[in-house]
Design a protein around this ligand. Structure first.
Ligand code: GDG
Length: 468
């Protein structure tokens, strides 16, 4: 049966995300095609969806283009069209210049624009409609992330038969910050349309439940909330993870082992520090680079023996704050290399590029110390990937307390990224730690990441949603 009366195939499990699970490819002969996206979420969900007759609703990445649903890799892909104006207002604006900074402790100033909000509502409705016509009777819909916070309640209204899950990949802020949002009520009601609202850490679920109680006057009882119509939902933490085994296997492949050795040879350093982040102001790059700059200038890190490699993957380059960040970082790095470098030996190797996964694995393998110091981060997968790649049990992790991952990766050298002196001490301590201590810590970290991988995350969430 198909209540919506469309030709779209009806799926038992529908995932709704800003982006579709595929990317465009161009073959050697110039013909266009699709390939499954390499990201962790897609990799984890594809087998589940193949087994469950799944459909994926998302934007295909090109503005002003309407596409028909198509089948790829055993999954029905349902493209949602966005106009160029909507990309600006719903995606770059409301999602990435309002929600993103607001939810990350307002480390950059969130902008509030009513036109952006209107576009956000309209686009969320379009995604909800697409999901409503894709889902089979009594099916399950799993909505992903901050771009689509209104979809759960919209969908609930359109299709009360559905089981609806929502997962927020980024932090959910304390009420003092959230309450700045002019559309706070709509967002809370939007999320609470889900039967299960998942967050990265328990504190985020608590923030959300507190807001439902104080702002909307709803009853809550532990993880449960009661909507005005008497129906109930749940909010809880499901810390996301990585395909641990796949990363480990990749890191142990002969090509990656060889490439890691080559990187060490090229860098010709006793100690290699590494940072890998999207170039984003939440990642604490300004503070991190400053800390390394001071360590190199003071000689506490010897620029003749130590290098710091920072991969800063290009990101959201049309958003103003990101342009500013890039300029700041490049000025800082240039200044430090100018002050402390020698011919052929810059202390900081800064790469504003993105690399294939095997190159990332080789870098992880080659680094003595991984430095992950976000000012605020929902989880941070880079920290987990580094751990997964160290089956040699070597390597030290410096990790911000303000990454969701800090709750699980307790044996890292944890730092407050706002405390530059504290960060410098931790960087030095991690760099100087003896093999025995490094290995003791790495073994414990590896145990955590091995037993809590992305399959565990997806299965736990879907099982809990199913049990509601
Ligand atoms: C959001 C939340 C949460 C980066 N550069 C390259 C590359 N990457 C890959 C990393 C990693 C991923 O991108 C980044 O994930 P993170 O978790 O570190 O950060 P966000 O992008 O901000 O992700 C975050 C996550 O969602 C999941 O819920 O953990 O808190 O902010 O996998 O390896 N990969 C390749 N080349 C690069 O140059 N191949």
């Amino acid at each position: 049966s198909n209540e919506a009366g469309t030709d779209t195939p009806r799926a038992a499990l529908v995932v709704v995300a800003n982006r579709l699970a595929v990317e465009r490819t161009t073959a050697a002969d110039g013909s266009a095609g699709w390939q499954t996206s390499p990201g962790g979420l897609v990799t984890a969900l594809v087998p589940i969806m193949q087994a469950k007759d799944g459909a994926w609703v998302g934007w295909h990445g090109a503005p002003d283009e309407e596409l028909e649903p198509f089948h790829h890799d055993g999954i029905d892909m349902i493209p949602v069209a966005l106009s160029a104006g909507e990309v600006e207002e719903y995606y770059e604006g409301m999602s990435n210049a309002t929600f993103w900074p607001l939810y990350h402790d307002s480390v950059a100033f969130p902008e509030f624009h009513r036109e952006w909000w209107d576009a956000y509502v309209a686009v969320n409705r379009r995604f909800a409609e697409a999901a409503a016509s894709a889902a089979d009777d009594n099916g399950t819909v799993w909505v992903q992330d901050y771009q689509l916070q209104l979809v759960p309640s919209m969908l609930r209204e359109m299709r009360p038969d559905l089981r609806i899950g929502f997962f927020l990949h980024i932090p959910f802020p304390p009420s003092e910050l959230f309450q700045q949002l002019p559309w706070r009520r709509a967002v809370l009601e939007g999320l609470a349309g889900a039967d299960l609202v998942g967050f990265q850490v328990p504190g985020a679920a608590t923030n959300f439940l507190n807001l439902l109680r104080r702002r909307l006057g709803w009853d809550t009882h532990r993880q449960e909330f009661v909507r005005p119509d008497g129906s109930r939902g749940r909010a809880a933490a499901y810390p996301i993870s990585i395909a641990t085994q796949a990363f480990e296997d990749l890191a142990n492949s002969p090509e990656v082992v060889e490439r890691a050795a080559q990187i060490r040879e090229d860098l010709a350093a006793e100690t290699v520090f590494l940072g890998v982040d999207r170039l984003d102001y939440t990642k604490g790059l300004r503070q991190r680079v400053r800390a390394f700059g001071e360590l190199f200038t003071s000689g506490e890190l010897d620029p003749e023996k130590v290098v710091f490699v920072q991969v800063a993957t290009p990101s959201r380059e049309r958003v103003e704050e990101y342009k500013r960040l890039r300029d700041d970082i490049e000025l800082l790095v240039g200044r430090i290399n100018g002050d402390s470098g020698q011919l052929g030996r810059p202390p900081i190797h800064y790469l504003h590029q993105s690399f294939p996964r095997d190159e990332m694995a080789a870098l992880y393998r080659a680094a003595d110390v991984m430095v992950v110091t976000p000012l605020r981060d929902g989880m941070n997968l880079v920290a987990k990937e580094y751990v997964a790649c160290r089956s040699d049990n070597d390597g030290a992790l410096v990790l911000s307390e303000f990454a969701g991952a800090a709750r699980e990766l307790k044996q890292a050298w944890q730092v407050n990224p706002y405390d530059i002196d504290g960060m410098k001490e931790a960087i030095l301590a991690a760099g100087r730690a003896g093999k025995q201590e490094t290995r003791r810590r790495m073994r414990a970290l590896r145990k955590q990441v091995a037993t809590h991988d992305i399959d565990h995350w997806a299965e736990t969430f879907l099982a809990d949603l199913d049990a509601i």
